[in-house]
Design a protein around this ligand. Structure first.
Ligand SMILES: Nc1ncnc2c1ncn2[C@@H]1O[C@H](COP(=O)(O)OP(=O)(O)O)[C@@H](O)[C@H]1O
Ligand SMILES: CC(C)(COP(=O)(O)O)[C@@H](O)C(=O)NCCC(=O)O
Length: 243
């Protein structure tokens, strides 16, 4: 049984896999790491191997507990990966982005694939049908956009994504919502369209904490899968067992 752990800038995602089947998944904040790890280990004592991806640097205690209780493999660009990494600076590439590309290779072999991860940041990652990872883009996430408007102005309130989305914002709230939410939707649709022009037969995946909010507001042609990154980590773990 495998444990996969994704430590992002907002939340920790932990999942248990038996081969390729996801048995359990938890999302929590880093401060609740030990409590959740203990619970999951008690529930699944058969957990043996673990793959950790972190984009947070200060996790030495978390790593120590995983090392004590599992065969821990930490995701680094030096690990055997199921794709060719053509990123110009592989040592600075986010571990989460490596996992997303691994998932794209596992789920959509020999297909041009764009992965949009709407988390703390919105990342775009592209692998071609030759299983080469070319790179993508990093952009502010949904919550970060609301926070930035509040933090860097004197008078804008801190809002959360609203249900009532106007094109023409008729109030401060409506204008912020229009700018942030429509802005992000149009950005994603624009990026998707640009890739689709360049790469025929393009598969597009949407994942990350804002998957549900965005997918119901985006035009068709995108597969939503909140577990995509976790599946990628499990794939890299299984891939390394067979190396
Ligand atoms: N209950 C929630 N708690 C925190 N963030 C949430 C929640 N629901 C949706 N979100 C959105 O999900 C984003 C975080 O997504 P996530 O995939 O967990 O990010 P990361 O992998 O960077 O930690 C937040 O920036 C926010 O926009
Ligand atoms: C871009 C990111 C901050 C995204 O992190 P997330 O929103 O998933 O928490 C992370 O992938 C990262 O720190 N990347 C390093 C730079 C790079 O990928 O080139």
């Amino acid at each position: 049984m495998n444990l996969v752990v994704d430590i992002g800038n907002t939340s920790v995602k932990m999942a248990v896999f038996q081969k390729n089947s996801l048995l359990d998944k938890r999302i929590f904040s880093l401060s609740d790491f030990f409590k959740n790890f203990r619970k999951i280990k008690d529930q699944f004592p058969e957990i043996k191997d673990c793959m950790l991806s972190s984009v947070v640097n200060t996790i030495s205690e978390e790593k120590k507990i995983l090392q004590q209780s599992t065969n821990l493999i930490e995701l680094t660009p030096a690990l055997s990966l199921p794709f060719k990494n053509k990123y110009a600076t592989p040592s600075t590439l986010g571990k989460d982005r490596i996992a997303l590309v691994a998932a794209a290779v596992a789920k959509f072999p020999q297909k041009n694939t764009l992965v949009v991860d709407a988390g703390t940041c919105v990342t775009f990652d592209f692998k071609n049908k030759k299983e080469e990872y070319l790179g993508g883009a990093i952009s502010p996430g949904l919550e970060m956009r609301f926070k930035a408007l509040h933090k860097f102005t004197a008078n804008l309130p801190l809002l959360k994504p609203g249900e009532n989305l106007q094109l023409i914002g008729t109030s401060t709230e409506g204008s912020i919502n229009s700018g942030v939410v429509n802005g992000l939707l149009l950005e994603i649709e624009g990026v998707m369209a640009s890739y689709a022009t360049e790469y025929k037969d393009l598969t597009i995946i949407l994942t990350g904490g804002d998957t549900q909010f965005l997918s119901m507001r985006l035009k068709n042609g995108i597969f939503a899968n909140s577990n995509f990154l976790l599946e990628g980590l499990n794939h890299i773990l299984e891939f390394n067992k067979t190396q």
